[in-house]
Design a protein around this ligand. Structure first.
Ligand code: MLT
Length: 202
C-alpha cells in the first residue's frame, strides 16, 4: 500500500497508524498525529480503493452503505500490510495505535472488529459501525477514543453510540467525546484525544 513512515524519537512510544478520510492521502493526518504524540513513529497509509479518483480504504455501494465483502477483504489486506511494514521498518507490531478519520476510522474499527491484538489503542474520529451481526474479538484493556459530532450527517449520533456500546461489550475502554458540530474535525476534539492519549496509552 502507498504509505509514509517516519521514525519517532522515543522508541518506547507506539507507532501511530494514520488512516485518512475519503479523498485523502497518507499525509493528511500528520498534523493530528503531531498534536497527539510528536515523538512516536508514524505510519501513514493511503487507501487502495479509488472512488472516482478519491482514495478510500474499502468500497461502498452508496453513501453510508458499505460493500461488506470488500470491507472484509481490505481489512485483511491492511492487516497483512501492517505485518510487512513492521518487518520492513523494524517497529514493534504489537505497539500500534490507529488514528483514523471517517472512512479511515471505519477501517480502523473494522481492524478491531476482525482481529484480536491488532491495535493497542485507537482514536476513531467520526466513525460508523463497520459491520453488524458478528462476534467481536476480546478487546479487554484496549482503550478507544471516539470523537463525534452531534450534527454529523454522515456518522449519525445513534450510530456513534451503537459503536461505542459494541466496543465496550467486547471489553474495550471507550471514551466518547462529543462536539456540537458536524462531520469536520475540530481542534478541540484533537486536543481532547491528545489528553486521552497522554492518560491512557502507555
Ligand atoms: C465511509 O464510507 O466510510 C463513510 O461514509 C465515511 C466517508 O464518507 O468516507
Amino acid at each position: 500500500m502507498k504509505h509514509i513512515f517516519h521514525n519517532g524519537t522515543d522508541e518506547s512510544k507506539p507507532t501511530l497508524l494514520l488512516l485518512h478520510g475519503t479523498g485523502g492521502t497518507e499525509t493528511d493526518l500528520l498534523p493530528v498525529a503531531g498534536m497527539i504524540d510528536e515523538s512516536a513513529d508514524i505510519l501513514g497509509v493511503r487507501g487502495n480503493i479509488s472512488e472516482n479518483g478519491m482514495p478510500r480504504f474499502f468500497k461502498r455501494l452508496a453513501e453510508g452503505v458499505f460493500d461488506e465483502e470488500d470491507l472484509i477483504t481490505q481489512t485483511k489486506n491492511l492487516e497483512e500490510f501492517l505485518e510487512t511494514a513492521a518487518n520492513d521498518y523494524g517497529f514493534d507490531r504489537s505497539n500500534m495505535v490507529a488514528i483514523g478519520y471517517s472512512n479511515g476510522a471505519n477501517i480502523a474499527g473494522s481492524l478491531l472488529f476482525h482481529f484480536a491484538n491488532t491495535l493497542k489503542g485507537a482514536v476513531l474520529l467520526h466513525p460508523m459501525v463497520p459491520r453488524r451481526g458478528i462476534e467481536l474479538p476480546d478487546l479487554s484493556g484496549i482503550p478507544v477514543f471516539i470523537g463525534a459530532g452531534t450534527n454529523d450527517p454522515i456518522c449519525k449520533p445513534e450510530e456513534t453510540t451503537e459503536l461505542a456500546e459494541m466496543l465496550q461489550n467486547a471489553g474495550a475502554s471507550v471514551e466518547l467525546h462529543w462536539e456540537n458540530n458536524g462531520h469536520q474535525l475540530t481542534r478541540n476534539e484533537i486536543e481532547k484525544a491528545a489528553q486521552w492519549y497522554a492518560h491512557t496509552v502507555k
